[in-house]
Design a protein around this ligand. Structure first.
Ligand SMILES: [Mg+2]
Length: 403
């Protein structure tokens, strides 16, 4: 086995100013040090550099003298530690994203306690956003995602913040498919309730909806019951409802940014294609699937045309669209709030319960409980700055309008 070369780990801290790293490196250049690793952050003007330097034989003293001298001249504090070799290999890496409004020290304490108890270690971290919520990304090693994910989800739910755990690696990069539910996910409304308001049967319909979403009623049966209450509505009401639908805050930003990233996007809904398809077209969403309302003589008959889009059908669409895109399920993301989203949330590589009913929240990989759909972008590893830069770059793009 080759002998490990000696190395010097240095931590340098102080007040940041332009050109500091340049002056530090110039001061040690003649000591022939090799750069093995460098991590640098600046937090509110305070610089912190961690550097690992490969040291030539008998070169430690010279290197340490040069570095100590440079730091003294530049007003920086330095601590150095002699050793051998590179960083130990980081195995079983996972990305833990925590989000809060506000994000409290207690939330980070709870997160790191769970990580430590399960034998993991936080190697790196960075802030992703401060608005509309604060989010941090923690790079964890020695973590078993299948154990860490449910443990952190439970702890976060108890402490009142949101958390997501993803395996690090290729599945987090490159092309993916994202499939969203519509009612109470992509949009704030439940379309059937809006239709019911026109038909004057709002309370009756809402009661059936709530029971179905809590999983107390078979979805197909409940849909037939509710659609029956709409019989006789003039078909023009669909246009009125379509125009009145309100997008969830952040929905437009989410879809536009995902499009910029080249992700495939679909919406699947237990609602109605008459509302979902124009919405998908307006946002630039490729795939859309929902129930179809039967119409005769310009009025709703009270029947659904064709098979009902239920819990199983939603998961089937996720698989179908993934296949069409040539993507494995590990590269899919599903977002939904109701009981009929449970199968697709379970089947997707990452299932996100968005402001979901308790039963859904309890079984999904990840729960987002703050009402911003674009927070999903932070779970994918984008920072607020990157999202804003992308929005500025498409300022005169048809999908570039702000939420
Ligand atoms: Mg929904």
């Amino acid at each position: 086995m080759p002998e490990l070369a000696s190395s010097l780990a240095a931590t340098i801290t102080g007040t940041d100013s332009p050109g500091l790293l340049n002056r530090l490196m110039e001061s040690i250049a003649s000591a022939d040090a090799e750069i093995l690793d460098l991590e640098q952050t600046v937090v509110r003007g305070q610089l912190s550099i961690g550097v690992l330097l490969g040291v030539p034989p008998r070169g430690h003293d010279l290197l340490q003298d040069r570095l100590a001298g440079a730091c003294a001249r530049l007003g920086l504090a330095v601590s150095m530690s002699e050793g051998v070799g590179d960083n130990p290999p980081r195995i079983n890496r996972a990305i833990v994203t925590i989000l809060g409004q506000p994000l409290l020290a207690d939330h980070l304490a709870v997160t790191t306690q769970v990580i430590a108890e399960l034998g993991g270690n936080v190697d790196r971290s960075r802030r992703l956003s401060r608005t509309p919520l604060t989010s941090l990304e923690l790079w964890v090693s020695a973590a078993d995602v299948t154990v860490l994910r449910p443990a952190l989800a439970r702890a976060a739910a108890l402490s009142g913040f949101d958390v997501s755990v993803s395996p690090a690696g290729l599945s987090r990069l490159g092309r993916r498919l994202i499939v969203m539910d519509v009612d109470s996910t992509l949009i704030r409304d439940e379309v059937i309730e809006m239709l019911a308001a026109h038909a004057g049967c709002e309370a009756a319909v809402r009661e059936v909806t709530e029971r179905a979403m809590r999983g107390e009623l078979d979805f197909a049966a409940s849909l037939h019951q509710r659609v029956q209450l709409l019989a006789g509505l003039p078909v023009g009401v669909l246009d009125e409802v379509r125009a009145a639908v309100r997008l969830t805050p952040g929905a437009r930003t989410l879809v536009a940014t995902l499009r910029d990233l080249g992700l495939a996007i679909g919406v699947v809904s237990g609602g109605f294609i008459e509302v979902v398809a124009p919405l998908a077209a307006e946002l630039g969403i490729t795939y859309a699937h929902a129930n179809s309302l039967e119409v005769r003589d310009g009025r709703l008959t009270g029947r659904v045309a064709g098979p009902v889009v239920d819990r199983a059908a939603k998961a089937t669409k996720l698989r179908e669209w993934a296949k069409a895109e040539g993507l494995p399920l590990s590269r899919t993301i599903a977002i939904g709030d109701g009981a009929n989203d449970l199968d697709m949330l379970a089947d997707a590589g990452l299932g996100i319960a968005f402001n979901a009913k308790p039963a859904v929240r309890a079984s999904a990989d990840t729960a987002l409980n703050l009402p911003y759909l674009d927070a999903v972008l932070f779970l994918l590893g984008l920072s607020r700055e990157e999202v804003e830069d992308a929005a500025a770059a498409r300022a005169d793009h048809p999908f570039g309008a702000a939420d």
